[in-house]
Design a protein around this ligand. Structure first.
Ligand code: PRX
Length: 660
């Protein structure tokens, strides 16, 4: 057991456990420093050497980085590869055909093991079926599927034939799904009759049907339906086909389609501070390289490990650390259909015990919810389970508060497992700032130092690096292989969002604030600096929620802000002005519920505001700008102490404060 020590800033530091360092892929701070120095001395050479080591190329690349059309960077462009070949065939060729690739646990607890061979056979059948449906290289395929092996198979099958997948999280509404299908110009949708979560069956096919009737989806020629529950769903003749049927007719051999390293592997929609969600476009070669190298180094993945990333394939974490990374390095992983609280809040601990999970990667929100459950019900406390198989823990998606970190370390990791607090984004493709567990002593709440080769820095508004100990804006100063390539169909927005003129268009702007420890230089992420909220590790744009609110016939105006929440990190708080007099009492409650459901219908349940407050109007400057800064204070339940003299209507703050 490794005890913490105090450093000069009074924050606890957990040294690397000796036993861990001895066998780690990157086993010391000196080894980490050496990798960073290699990248520093020959940036392109460093990445090229990793790309040769971690990726199998059908045609080798001759050049690493092409900056000629910055900020539209290209990596390994004349190289050819196939992502699915890298994740499946080459492992089988290396003798891992019978190794378990996926241990699937269904919502009801049923467990199925899939070997690499079995997975390749399924991927090939579906890939052939997609080809038979007329899907071609470069076509976009939308996947609206539950967390399942079928989901991973569908992603890999698209990759196998060079189709670009776009997974839409099963919690998004018909409207959101429609928007994404239209923007991507998808030719085919793969869905399931229903998804099973926490013992409940939720419709998916019905939502696809609704989305396709909302208009703008003429590009879709077919819908493939996986019968997950066998629920009786209506099928549209000439458009809808069953997955089992189309697969049964196909051979289990499908030669991979070789594509350029820059070929778009997938689009994944995510929220920005303005406008509709953006289709983040990722490459094949650079993305796969980072997925593989981070899976191996950050998670210190070894052949005997059982890796479990709890993220849904609908989010980027489920792309990089479920569908691609663990397979690209020949690992064994758990894929889980259900939720952490069903049949009770010990589900995760029971599964770690049953499958002898050695590396466990989840979100701080889940940890906080499970702490609460364990503290109020002894039966679901992790101490009742044998978690001795664990050797490494990880978190992702939002800042982890030190108290939750300590609990995770002590109660789940038995005090012996390092925790990798991994900072990254949909746009970055993989880990950016993260401990390498054999190299870095840990400080709760800090994601420590950049992954070797990632040139992250904290700068002021002029782009100048700020001294350690001073907060600033997080940027990445050099392009890296797995970076976003474009926003699908909107190059201007790409430039504006990520390479703004503020920094001469040279630095990638993450959209987060950060501060480095005065003594160690360790990074701590201080949160988004734009109008993006992080609710339970899910990214939501305030503008999107505002647009959903004002699309309700009763709403005249709405402003959405975040407020801190013990469980979900941030909670959505909406201030609403109606087209009729401000409701109070029961009427306000009812209307708030109606609006909540409306947002759920427009975007999805994850976007439902926790608080809705009604006002006669909103705090605005004389030029008509809504003062969100003040609304954030009101949302927190605090008194506004800032100067409000520039407000057109200062009295509204009192009304909003009392309208909870
Ligand atoms: O604000 C940061 C936060 O999540 C944002 C990215 O969200 P998304 O694209 O949905 O990807 C989430 C999974 C990679 C970031 O801009 N974030 C992510 N990881 C961390 C984090 N904040 C603090 N600590 C982290 N480890």
């Amino acid at each position: 057991m490794t005890g913490p020590t105090e450093n000069t800033t009074q924050s606890k530091q957990y040294p690397v456990p000796d036993a861990f360092a001895r066998t780690a892929h990157v086993g010391s701070r000196a080894a980490y420093d050496k990798l960073c120095a290699d990248a520093q001395n020959d940036y392109e050479g460093y990445w090229a050497s990793l790309a040769r080591q971690f990726v199998s190329w059908h045609k080798p690349f001759t050049k690493s980085l092409d900056e000629s059309n910055a900020p539209f960077f290209k990596w390994f462009e004349d190289g050819e590869l196939n992502a699915s070949y890298n994740c499946l065939d080459r492992n089988i060729d290396a003798g891992l055909g019978d190794k378990t690739a996926i241990i699937f646990e269904a919502d009801d607890g049923q467990v199925t093991h899939y070997s690499y061979k079995a997975l390749l056979a399924r991927v090939s059948k579906l890939a052939n079926a997609l080809k038979a449906q007329g899907v071609k290289k470069g076509d976009r395929v939308v996947l609206y599927l539950p967390m399942s092996v079928e989901g991973v198979v569908a992603m890999q099958a698209c990759a196998r034939i060079g189709a670009t997948h776009s997974v839409v999280f099963g919690g998004f509404s018909a409207q959101s799904l429609r928007d994404r299908i239209e923007d991507a110009g998808a030719v085919l949708v793969i869905t399931a009759d229903e998804q099973l979560r926490g013992g409940k069956a939720l419709p998916l096919k019905a939502i696809v049907d609704e989305a396709l009737t909302l208009g703008g989806c003429d590009s879709v020629r077919q819908v493939i339906v996986w019968q997950r529950t066998g629920g009786n769903v209506p099928m549209v003749a000439g458009r809808d086909v069953y997955l089992d049927e189309v697969m049964a007719a196909q051979s289990d051999v499908c030669p991979p389609e070789w594509v350029s390293a820059e070929h778009p592997l997938f689009l994944l929609y995510t929220s920005g501070s303005t406008g509709k969600p953006k289709g983040v476009q990722h490459s094949t070669g650079g993305y796969l390289l980072h997925a593989a190298v981070t899976t191996k180094w950050t998670f210190d993945l070894k052949p005997d490990d059982v890796f479990w990333c709890t993220a849904d394939i609908g989010w980027v974490t489920g792309h990089t650390y479920v569908a691609y990374g663990p397979l690209a390095v020949g690992g064994t992983q758990v894929v889980f259909e259900g939720v952490p609280t069903y049949p009770d809040a010990a589900r995760f601990w029971r599964m770690i015990q049953a499958h002898k999970v050695s590396i466990f990667y989840t979100a701080p929100t889940a940890i906080r919810a499970l702490i609460k459950a364990a503290e109020s019900n002894e039966a679901v406390h992790p101490r009742n389970f044998d978690l001795s198989s664990l050797r490494l823990l990880g978190t992702v998606g939002e800042p982890i508060n030190p108290a939750a970190w300590e609990w995770y370390h002590r109660e789940i990791g038995g005090g012996r497992c390092p925790i990798v607090d991994t900072f990254w984004q949909t746009e970055t493709g993989g880990h950016m700032i993260t401990p390498l567990p054999g190299a870095h002593a840990l400080t709760p709440g800090s994601c420590t130092l950049p992954f070797p080769g990632i040139d992250a820095a904290v700068v002021d508004e002029t782009g100048k690096e700020v001294p350690w100990g001073q907060g600033g804006v997080l940027v990445v100063r050099k392009p890296w292989p797995s970076m976003i390539r474009n926003i699908w169909g909107d190059s201007e927005r790409f430039k504006k969002s990520y390479y703004p003129a503020d920094f001469n268009g040279k630095y990638y702007l993450a959209g987060d604030g950060a501060i480095r420890d005065e003594h160690t230089g360790y990074f701590t992420i201080t949160g988004r600096i734009d109008d993006v909220l992080n609710v339970s590790g899910h990214r939501m744009g305030t503008m999107e929620i505002e647009s959903a609110l004002v699309s309700h016939p009763l709403v005249a105006e709405a402003a959405v802000v975040g407020r801190p929440d013990d469980l979900t990190g941030e909670a959505i708080c909406a201030f609403v002005v109606l087209k009729r007099p401000r409701p109070t009492g029961e009427e306000a409650k009812q209307l708030a519920n109606e609006l909540r459901n409306h947002v759920g219908h427009e975007i999805g349940p994850i976007a439902k505001p926790k608080d809705i407050r009604f006002g006669d109007n909103l705090p605005k400057t004389r030029s008509g700008k809504i003062m969100r800064r003040l609304l954030r204070v009101v949302a927190k339940g605090e008194t506004v102490t800032q100067d409000t003299s520039t407000l057109e209507n200062p009295a509204i703050l009192d009304q909003l404060a009392q309208s909870n």
